[in-house]
Design a binder for this molecule. Structure first.
Ligand code: TXA
Ligand code: MG
Length: 316
């Protein structure tokens, strides 16, 4: 076995947190049955305890140790999309500590699609809880370097699995009875999910009692002032601010006031755009710009999930 994985196993067994790669974003992982280790995650991230964590398992075979009374459509989705960027919210099994679920009767669970983390999970006799490995509210990490920029001194190991292929968080689906409800848009598009189980209801949430606090209105935010517009060229021509950075889907912007441009997919490919999104925001945020201007994506396919993140990142 890979030496880094052996180290990871030893640290997790000793109640430590480590960073793990997934195909969505890097996670800050702990033994899902170990409350001491789980508390460290909340402390390191500055995450409020009301915000529940996602449990990561190695395969669908482990699901019944984590969740009970699985609705038929949940079973279909799990078989279809795992390993992959889909999190299911299901009635929780008593094995799962209340700290994981913030006292809720449900648990969020997924099988991540990354070879290193799958190998790690296969060699553990417990699942892993793993929120994104960033301080609460800031841009999620999609490379080992992003994690190390945030937490270098605070975590004993970052398993480097390269850049995350999907680049935004998993899509979260819950159930009311047997009816599927979308809690968070994400790396798996709604179209893909609906093509398997039919129409999914979209649940609007509020900030006081969030069903999924990934739905908190302000989240994923750069520290530089960032705004979102519909027509960036127009906005830039009519704005006097100097030292601007831009983020667009595939178009370039021409203005002397723009000193750095991030074009996330010149080929106009949504998957590539999602994979590049947070990397581009991290770069822009390091450049001492006066303003970051991002252009809204077309509201289709993964453009919908990308817009969701951009809206939250730019919320005042
Ligand atoms: O792609 C991902 O999901 C990444 C990687 C590391 O797997 N993880 C991630 O975790 O995004 P985090 O903690 O940043 O977001 C977890 C989301 C939160 O919005 C939380 O509220 C929601 O999952 N969640 C967890 N348990 C829930 C539950 N029982 N009911 C509703 N939402 C839940
Ligand atoms: Mg997060």
């Amino acid at each position: 076995m890979n030496r880094e994985i052996l180290k990871a196993i030893a640290l997790l067994k000793a109640s430590e947190n480590i960073a793990i790669p997934t195909e969505t974003v890097y996670g800050l992982a702990a033994n899902a049955y170990d409350e001491i280790a789980i508390k460290k995650i909340f402390e390191t991230k500055g995450r409020p305890l009301f915000n529940p964590l996602i449990v990561h398992i190695h395969s669908i075979d482990y699901l019944d140790k984590v969740a009970n009374s699985i609705p038929p459509k949940a079973q279909v989705l799990a078989e279809h999309f795992w390993p992959g960027s889909l999190t299911l919210v299901l009635p929780k099994n008593h094995n799962i500590p209340d700290l994981v679920t913030a006292g809720k009767a449900t648990v969020a669970v997924r099988v991540p699609n990354h070879p290193l983390t799958l190998e790690l999970l296969h060699n553990l006799d417990f699942p892993l809880v793993a929120p994104s490995a960033n301080p609460f509210g800031s841009i999620s990490p999609t490379t080992a370097q992003h994690v190390s920029d945030y937490f270098q001194e605070r975590i004993p190991l970052i398993l480097d699995g390269g850049a995350c292929q999907n680049g935004i968080e998993s899509t979260i689906i819950g159930f009311e009875g047997d009816d599927p409800i979308l809690y968070r848009l994400g790396a798996l598009s709604l179209d893909e999910i609906e093509s398997v189980i039919g129409k999914v209801k979209i649940k609007t949430t509020n900030e006081i009692s969030p069903e999924a606090p990934g739905m908190l209105l302000k989240h994923y935010a750069p520290s530089t002032e960032t705004i979102i517009v519909d027509a960036i060229e127009n906005f830039i021509q009519n704005n006097q601010t100097k030292n601007i950075g831009t983020l667009t889907f595939y178009k370039a912007v021409s203005s002397e006031n723009v000193v750095h441009q991030e074009i996330v997919s010149p080929k106009k490919n949504y998957k590539e755009a999602a994979a590049e999104l947070y990397k581009a925001l991290h770069r822009l945020d390091k450049m001492n710009l006066s303003l970051i201007v991002v252009e809204r994506f077309p509201n289709e396919s993964l453009g919908q999930s990308i817009n969701d993140r951009l809206e939250r990142a730019t919320k005042k």
